[in-house]
Design a protein around this ligand. Sequence first.
Ligand SMILES: *[C@@H]1O[C@H](CO)[C@@H](O)[C@H](O)[C@H]1NC(C)=O
Ligand SMILES: *[C@@H]1O[C@H](CO)[C@@H](O)[C@H](O)[C@H]1NC(C)=O
Ligand SMILES: *[C@@H]1O[C@H](CO)[C@@H](O)[C@H](O)[C@H]1NC(C)=O
Ligand SMILES: *[C@@H]1O[C@H](CO)[C@@H](O)[C@H](O)[C@H]1NC(C)=O
Ligand SMILES: *[C@@H]1O[C@H](CO)[C@@H](O)[C@H](O)[C@H]1NC(C)=O
Ligand SMILES: *[C@@H]1O[C@H](CO)[C@@H](O)[C@H](O)[C@H]1NC(C)=O
Ligand SMILES: *[C@@H]1O[C@H](CO)[C@@H](O)[C@H](O)[C@H]1NC(C)=O
Ligand SMILES: *[C@@H]1O[C@H](CO)[C@@H](O)[C@H](O)[C@H]1NC(C)=O
Ligand SMILES: *[C@@H]1O[C@H](CO)[C@@H](O)[C@H](O)[C@H]1NC(C)=O
Ligand SMILES: *[C@@H]1O[C@H](CO)[C@@H](O)[C@H](O)[C@H]1NC(C)=O
Ligand SMILES: *[C@@H]1O[C@H](CO)[C@@H](O)[C@H](O)[C@H]1NC(C)=O
Ligand SMILES: CC(=O)N[C@H]1CO[C@H](CO)[C@@H](O)[C@@H]1O
Length: 588
Amino acid sequence: MGAASMKIHAYAILLVEIGFCSLAMAASSTGPKNMSTALLISVDQEKIVVPADKPFITLSGTNASNTIITWNETGEIYDSPTVSILASDFIGKNLTIQNPFGTRGKAVALRVSGDRAAFYSCRILSYQDTLLDDAGRHYYSNCYIEGGTDFICGNAASLFENCHLHSISEASGAITAQHRDSASENTGYTFLGCNITEAAVKKYHFNIRVKNVSRLCHAKPIVTVNGMFPGPTIYVREGDRVQVNVTNYADYNMSIHWHGLKQFRNGWADGPAFITQCPIKTGHSYTYDFNVTGQRGTLWWHAHIFWLRATVYGAIVIMPKQGTLYPFPQPNLEFNLLLGEWWNTDVEEVVKQGNKLGLPPKMSDAHTINGKPGPLFVCSEKYTFVIEVEPGKTYLLRIINAALNDELFFAIAGHNMTVVEIDAVCTKPFTTQAILIAPGQTTNVLIQANQAPGRYFMAARPFMDAPLSIDNRTATAILQYKGIPDTILPILPQLPVPNDTAFALGYNAKLRSLNSPQFPANVPLKVDRHLFYTIGLGINPLSNLPEWNPTHCFLKQHFFCNAPNWASSSSLFQPKGCIYNRLSRPPS
Ligand SMILES: *[C@@H]1O[C@H](CO)[C@@H](O)[C@H](O)[C@H]1NC(C)=O
Ligand SMILES: *[C@@H]1O[C@H](CO)[C@@H](O)[C@H](O)[C@H]1NC(C)=O
Ligand SMILES: *[C@@H]1O[C@H](CO)[C@@H](O)[C@H](O)[C@H]1NC(C)=O
Ligand SMILES: *[C@@H]1O[C@H](CO)[C@@H](O)[C@H](O)[C@H]1NC(C)=O
Ligand SMILES: *[C@@H]1O[C@H](CO)[C@@H](O)[C@H](O)[C@H]1NC(C)=O
Ligand SMILES: *[C@@H]1O[C@H](CO)[C@@H](O)[C@H](O)[C@H]1NC(C)=O
Ligand SMILES: *[C@@H]1O[C@H](CO)[C@@H](O)[C@H](O)[C@H]1NC(C)=O
Ligand SMILES: *[C@@H]1O[C@H](CO)[C@@H](O)[C@H](O)[C@H]1NC(C)=O
Ligand SMILES: *[C@@H]1O[C@H](CO)[C@@H](O)[C@H](O)[C@H]1NC(C)=O
Ligand SMILES: *[C@@H]1O[C@H](CO)[C@@H](O)[C@H](O)[C@H]1NC(C)=O
Ligand SMILES: *[C@@H]1O[C@H](CO)[C@@H](O)[C@H](O)[C@H]1NC(C)=O
Ligand SMILES: CC(=O)N[C@H]1CO[C@H](CO)[C@@H](O)[C@@H]1O
């Protein structure tokens, strides 16, 4: 029978024989008018339509696991359904209805457009627009509905009771897309006692592309992932497997590092170019494949070659395992805040220039919050990042320091923060007016929208207590209470002064792992072997090493000292008798 679609022509006892394509329909003209129960055993390669003039039909399988109606088609939502119910008073029982087309387009499995339809113990499977719950009043009981995006859509008025909604989204696809036009329409979806679960394999596509971006009145081409700056967020759950297919369309060879993620016996997915892998050449792809094991919280990813991480970075959000709550008050909503740095000129040129002179690279032209410097900078007002909050609610901010070099203070005017997690490790919560965050570090804080509704600046500025010039201007974003007009001037927070060493030490001293029964700090207590390392950092000219012979300071280059012979603690910057190894030789 193949491509033919099957219409139900009469009140019928529908007898579907076991086996492919053999479909016998016994019309029962003598059967009771309102009762038409089909015993459906298996339908493969058939589309089923119950037309509008055939109400009171029941399709019933013995067991949804082996009563499968399947049809593979993509296209407009009214064309592709495997099963279309246009009649009223339809009942479906113990059926699997699926459209296996996959991820690349709309593919409806079940369309329900008749009034008073009910489905019991059914499985409805596809990816996009799985269940077109189109029009009428419907009831779904104990059904399993699977899809990737908008997988329950339409404008019906439906009750889903004790159903299981399973997302197989490859990124962050919506479960429902109810599309009533106005709030006065009496349609909508109600979910009662339903579960939501998601696939354990999360797939992402990262396309490395060059894009022109403008900040501080300067436009320049930057390297991005999927044209986004910052790049896309990786959402996973603890225990998930992640596959990120990185395809490089830029003129740089490239690799991506999953910062802070534990790669147990899986070094080839870690990302540092020339260390665990060859960089991905222009025009090539590489799929990073890793499991998220024993970690939950915020981490991030970034390019791991040259200085491309200046623009190639994004957040990794690891949710706790299904059914597990955060070990702190559940936030109403959460936001990612990625702190970064912007140079008006090409970042690779900045590094090359610095190396040529034996100097640290030229300082950045601005710090940024989610790629934006904020309205205290030229040409930046309309690009400011804003989060909208509602009074009385709790928010989780996932703060990531993606700046290349600077430790940053961060604060929100009028609002305290409760630190609950650092680098995907839960901490003993403490409240603070400002945080300090090192490059590469992440910090999760809770905030309460408990102040007079208004607009408040969130601000970041470096901490630097050595006599070095740094980009010390303040990047800002705005925390805005709902309904407050954009014309209200925000209030700036009081950040610690740039050389506030006391604040920095005091803040770091407060960091303690949560160490609860649920999130224990599993520190090995038995030491097998003691190792003693010292690390020195030289800022003085080293005349005995002529190959470098720098006349300026060395800070920001790395020197390891493997024969410790410190004269005294006061000579912190003058380790004597050491052998220096330059770790990060700049690309020549
Ligand atoms: C058929 O169903 C309709 C609507 O529920 C009802 O009014 C009618 O009495 C039923 N007829 C029979 C024969 O059951
Ligand atoms: C349904 O069918 C599946 C697969 O054949 C079988 O494993 C399961 O036990 C059946 N369930 C019931 C309740 O018969
Ligand atoms: C569905 O059809 C598409 C072509 O339209 C094909 O690429 C795909 O492999 C088919 N999927 C299955 C599961 O048959
Ligand atoms: C929801 O999940 C719980 C716990 O995993 C399970 O006991 C329950 O049967 C599930 N309910 C549905 C409707 O899937
Ligand atoms: C960026 O802008 C320059 C000059 O306007 C243009 O030549 C170039 O093609 C643009 N690049 C991209 C990737 O859009
Ligand atoms: C990764 O994506 C590229 C470009 O879309 C594709 O050619 C390649 O087959 C993909 N690799 C894998 C392993 O899916
Ligand atoms: C990329 O790597 C290849 C060899 O692996 C090299 O030939 C090429 O010059 C590199 N491209 C850039 C832009 O560095
Ligand atoms: C991830 O876990 C799955 C399931 O346990 C396993 O099959 C796979 O090999 C693991 N992958 C890696 C990269 O460890
Ligand atoms: C913030 O914390 C400080 C110190 O604990 C406290 O004095 C202040 O009242 C708090 N402010 C708000 C808005 O909760
Ligand atoms: C910021 O740095 C400049 C020099 O780069 C210095 O003149 C200025 O005083 C600094 N501002 C603050 C607040 O430290
Ligand atoms: C911090 O900087 C200010 C000037 O910017 C200076 O007056 C003060 O002495 C510095 N404090 C410390 C502890 O270095
Ligand atoms: C085998 C199976 O899943 N049977 C189900 C058929 O549907 C009824 C509800 O209508 C369930 O109670 C059965 O468990």
